[in-house]
Design a protein around this ligand. Structure first.
Ligand SMILES: Nc1nc2c(ncn2[C@@H]2O[C@H](COP(=O)(O)OP(=O)(O)O)[C@@H](O)[C@H]2O)c(=O)[nH]1
Ligand SMILES: [Mg+2]
Length: 398
């Protein structure tokens, strides 16, 4: 035990070692962690024990689902995905924030549910430039949702899987109260908003202990890479993985290792939709909202369903916020009617091949790209060819 840790914390640690049940172990370990002073010298021990804690929580969750899954029905909250999934959320208040109204404006669905309490998700399809967006109007999020109040668990588990969370905020009410509640419940549910996942992956293997690879020059930039490797190994092993491959793609902190080991953490993109922008004084509220949250939320949009105001190219705005690019595939000269969405800033033919089927990558010979506004409209290209929006691509295999 490190000398940086006081006697009170040491006693708590002993109680953790003596604990008999998972619940008690979790409680004791939390207590211990709260008693460790947080600074550079204790950083490693904190990360190590957070990792232990995450492992215990996983065991506890697994135990719970085992008990629950006996005789369980399909939940009305589990939604069959179609296209890009956008979920509208808001706090619970009467009258409502305007989620169902927005759903109806975008998709035409659920008109009869406007102004009514909706205990289950309502769903509609919004289409823009041939891209389909599934809009899900979730029941309001109540205080305590993170611990299950008001179907909180079901709602949050859907949020984990969606493409975009839309925080709906009533501009005629106190916006901070609404944002605080939503951020609190999501944070407590380990949903991280608008931050990239840490540049590290950890995969379990059958044997060979834990191996750590630094795959970029940024990842290798470290004065004490041996020390870092040792710490990563310790934390990974404390998190329950004794054989595995750790890949590091950038600059990391020990906390990143802990987070990566915790499967309950989800990294989600989110925007804010201000609602009821037609009501008096909402213009100022909207500017204040933007002022206060634009650092955390790069996209904040004002709307009014009453005046039918929402950006005409809402779909395009969402697509570019999600950094997705739309291209079309072609087969035997026939262009598919449905676009293909590619991730990232500069996708290439390789991304198209992978997206369609990995086997295309192995048997790839060349691709034909048709670009409408290019001087040479039709081009024969290789895997690294960089694509533009609306390119038409035909893959040819060997
Ligand atoms: N003035 C105004 N009222 C709105 C607007 N959008 C919704 N409402 C009203 O707000 C109330 C709640 O709307 P609803 O869509 O059911 O909210 P939800 O509970 O979040 O689904 C209804 O009476 C709507 O007519 C808007 O843009 N402007
Ligand atoms: Mg509603």
């Amino acid at each position: 035990m490190s000398s940086n840790i006081g006697p009170e914390a040491q006693a708590a640690y002993q109680k953790y070692l003596d604990a008999n049940t998972i619940e008690e172990k979790i409680r004791r370990l939390e207590e211990y962690l709260s008693l460790i002073p947080k600074h550079k010298a204790t950083e490693k021990i904190v990360a190590l024990n957070k990792s232990r804690l995450a492992k215990l929580r996983r065991e506890q969750e697994a135990q719970k689902t085992r008990t629950k899954s006996m005789g369980k029905l399909v939940s009305p909250f589990s939604i069959k995905r179609e296209g890009l999934q956008l979920i509208l959320i808001s706090d619970y208040y009467s009258p409502g924030v305007g989620k169902t109204s927005l759903l109806n404006l975008l998709t035409g669905a659920a008109k009869e549910k406007i102004g009514k309490f909706t205990p289950l998700p309502e769903i509609g399809i919004y289409e823009y430039n041939k891209v389909r967006y599934q809009i899900v109007d979730m029941p309001s999020i109540m205080e305590g949702a993170a611990s299950g109040i008001g179907n909180g668990k079901e709602i949050i588990s859907q949020l984990r899987a969606c493409d975009l969370i839309c925080f709906c905020v009533d501009l005629s009410r106190n916006y901070k109260e609404q944002m605080d509640l939503l951020l609190k419940e999501l944070t407590e549910s380990h949903i991280r908003i608008n931050i990239p996942p840490p540049p590290i992956t950890i995969k379990k293997t059958g044997s060979n202990k834990i191996q750590v690879f630094y795959l970029t020059s940024e990842a290798k930039e470290n004065d004490n890479i041996e020390g870092l490797t040792e710490r990563i190994k310790e934390i990974t092993s404390a998190g329950g993985i004794h054989n595995g491959i750790v890949k590091v793609f950038g600059k990391i902190e020990l906390n990143h290792v802990v987070d990566t080991l915790n499967p309950s953490i989800a990294y989600k993109k989110a925007i804010i939709l201000g609602t009821k922008g037609d009501l008096s004084l909402t213009k100022n509220t909207f500017y204040d909202l933007k002022d206060q949250y634009s650092e955390h939320f790069p996209l904040i949009i004002g709307t009014s369903v009453k005046k039918k105001e929402i950006p005409e190219d809402f779909g395009k705005i969402v697509l570019s916020f999600l950094k997705k690019m739309k291209v079309y595939t072609m087969n035997k000269g026939i262009v598919s009617s449905k676009p293909l969405l590619l991730d990232g800033n500069q996708p290439t033919i390789r991304d198209v091949a992978i997206k369609i089927h990995r086997s295309f990558l192995e048997s790839f010979d060349h691709a034909i790209v048709i670009r409408k506004d290019a001087r040479q409209e039709k081009k024969k290209v290789g895997l690294d060819y960089e694509l533009n929006e609306n390119d038409i691509i035909e893959l040819h295999t060997k």
